[in-house]
Design a protein around this ligand. Structure first.
Ligand code: ZN
Length: 244
């Protein structure tokens, strides 16, 4: 089976399309596993939800999904994020809102656990440090966990002797899945934050038991123009060009 692991699509349809084209270039996809924040920040929330739903998908909720369907207050969001969440809430169709409202925070799928932030705090914790990775492994019942939220492609192998570091994952990096427990973050589709503006995703191939990290270019000006038209905050529009 070939499964694309995507996260933080953030209503960026051009980025999502490029990721799907990139993932499908090597063969058709059997499913999408989506780690949340399908909406928020970007200009095409309904289109992205519909695109996701056109695939067999296993999807968890992120903080932006929860905020945009009224399940989480935006008090702790920064100004631009809160403005975008309010815009998204008004924009969502009933069908998209119902879909997002019903998403669980954590899903176990075979040897994988899917969660947006971390198992300790699914909708909010940014899993970045060794200490946080250790805490994740303590709560992780499956061999692998897949997280998003930071928009930074990264991976971590469990090390009983010393707290494991989370290492950035480069474009093309390939991870062999063995008995070793791991945490994997595919990076962000719709708003990368590692200084590389290309959309990020990972591809799980169950036949070769590998996960491969990938980056693809997409039409950034197309998304920026749609954001401008929607009246979304300038800072959100500009940051797409820098991948920050
Ligand atoms: Zn996000």
């Amino acid at each position: 089976m070939r499964i694309a692991i995507v996260s933080d699509i953030h209503a960026n349809l051009a980025a999502f399309r490029s990721v799907l084209a990139g993932a499908e270039a090597g063969g058709s996809l059997d499913a999408l596993w989506c780690l949340g924040d399908t909406v928020g920040y970007g200009p095409q929330p309904n289109e992205c939800v519909e695109m996701l739903r056109s695939y067999k998908n296993v999807t968890v909720a992120g903080n932006h999904d929860l905020a945009s369907c009224g399940k989480m207050p935006t008090d702790d969001f920064n100004g631009a994020a809160a403005t975008a969440a309010e815009w998204t809430a008004k924009e969502l169709s009933d069908s998209s809102r119902d879909y997002l409202t019903e998403l669980p925070l954590v899903i176990e799928e075979g040897a994988f656990t899917l969660v947006h932030g971390s198992l300790r705090w699914p909708e909010w914790e940014y899993l970045l440090s060794s200490e946080q990775a250790q805490a994740q492994f303590e709560l992780q019942k499956t061999r692998f966990s897949l997280v998003g939220h930071t928009h930074l492609p990264a991976m971590c192998r469990e090390d009983i002797a010393s707290p494991p570091p989370l290492r950035p994952a480069e474009d093309g990096a390939r991870v062999e899945l063995t008995e070793e427990r791991m945490i994997i973050n595919p990076g962000g589709v719709g708003q990368p934050r590692d200084g590389d503006p290309r959309a990020a995703y990972a591809l799980y191939d169950s036949d070769s038991a590998t996960i491969t990290f990938s980056r693809v270019e997409y039409d950034i000006p197309e998304t920026q123009a749609a954001m401008q038209q929607a009246g979304l905050p300038a800072w959100l529009i500009e940051r797409l060009a820098y991948g920050k």
